[in-house]
Design a protein around this ligand. Structure first.
Ligand code: ATP
Ligand code: MG
Length: 295
């Protein structure tokens, strides 16, 4: 385990066996009581390390990293993505936000729209929500499934287990193709969500973030928690781990996520491509020519 994994190792789930969401406290900060400034400083360091690793990932151009972010509303997905990836060269990373599917998307199998957005070799892909919505919001609201126009004989009691199985196979397939998958569930408490919703209602600058739909989804809190637990249990694997990240303290969420991303990149054994003898001779020649230039 690398040094960078210090903040994230306790929240890594790579086997669903015995996993219980209630064992992770959303308010946990691993005993750290950091001043705001100190937390920001630590994160800045992490962001720097991450940027260097990403540079190598890009130069090597062999592997890719897919980061999946899932959470209840107001858990801090957007802010975490913004802060953790702030140092990364925009050319080397792509963020996709998945909303309710369009008519065109509903005309295809459920993985179709996300497969189109997978990161190229050398890049980091970020899914802000993902194909996991298909076993979360769709499971919590069965009428959405009914609107997917699946052949009726395929919609049985087994449909959720089949989806878990398909997702797990898909992630194994990606791993076998050099795309590492790391999934984050930002675990916020119901109490903290209420506080953040109220902030959005009270502070004029945050009003735009509030949507009535979010308050509506809050009513299904327990069903969502259960759906998250089931999904994590069914799809956690060493090659596609989940991180269940305490999300009541934003500074801590960001440290944990940065630490997990660094660990995933460090595991790849990245290095700048080696230059062979012929190329070295070519470079020496080019240098000589440039240095011989007048002026
Ligand atoms: P934010 O609120 O911070 O902008 P968000 O991810 O909540 O970010 P919204 O536009 O509020 O974005 O919500 C997107 C909605 O789309 C969510 O309610 C989500 O459950 C829904 N959604 C995403 N994928 C699917 C899907 N496959 N089927 C049905 N609904 C989906
Ligand atoms: Mg929302």
């Amino acid at each position: 385990m690398s040094k960078a994994a210090k903040f994230s190792r306790n929240y890594r789930v790579e086997s669903g066996k015995g996993f219980r969401l209630k064992d992770v406290d959303p308010g946990d900060t691993a005993g750290l009581k950091l001043e705001k400034d100190h937390a920001a400083e630590l994160l800045d360091k992490g962001v720097e390390v991450l940027a260097e690793l990403q540079d190598k990932l890009y130069a090597q151009d062999r592997r890719a990293l897919l980061l999946v972010f899932q959470a209840m509303d107001a858990a801090g997905k957007d802010g975490t993505i913004k802060h953790v990836l702030s140092g990364v060269n925009p050319q080397g990373c792509q963020v996709y936000s998945f909303k309710a599917p369009s008519a065109e998307e509903l005309d295809h199998d459920f993985l179709w729209r996300t497969t189109k957005c997978l990161p190229e070799r050398g890049r980091i892909g970020i899914f802000n929500r993902s194909y996991y919505e298909e076993v979360l919001v769709v499971k919590v609201h069965p009428q959405i499934l009914a609107g997917q126009r699946l052949p009726p004989e395929l919609v049985t009691k087994k449909v959720w287990n089949e989806r878990y199985e398909d997702i797990a196979s898909f992630e194994r397939y990606l791993a076998r193709n050099g795309v590492a998958v790391v999934k984050f569930f930002l675990h916020v408490s119901k109490k903290e969500q209420k506080k953040r919703f109220l902030d959005r209602l009270v502070e004029p600058d945050k009003n735009w973030k509030f949507s009535l739909g979010d308050a509506e989804e809050r009513k299904s809190w327990d069903a969502y928690q259960k759906a998250y637990e089931d999904a994590i249990r069914a799809t956690a694997a060493p090659h596609a781990p989940w991180y269940v990240v305490p999300a009541d303290n934003k500074w801590f969420t960001r440290l944990v996520v940065a630490s997990a991303v660094i660990e995933a990149l460090e595991k790849m054994d990245l290095a700048y491509p080696e230059v062979d003898e012929a190329k070295k001779a070519e470079l020496a020649k080019a240098r000589e020519a440039l240095e011989a230039e007048k002026g």
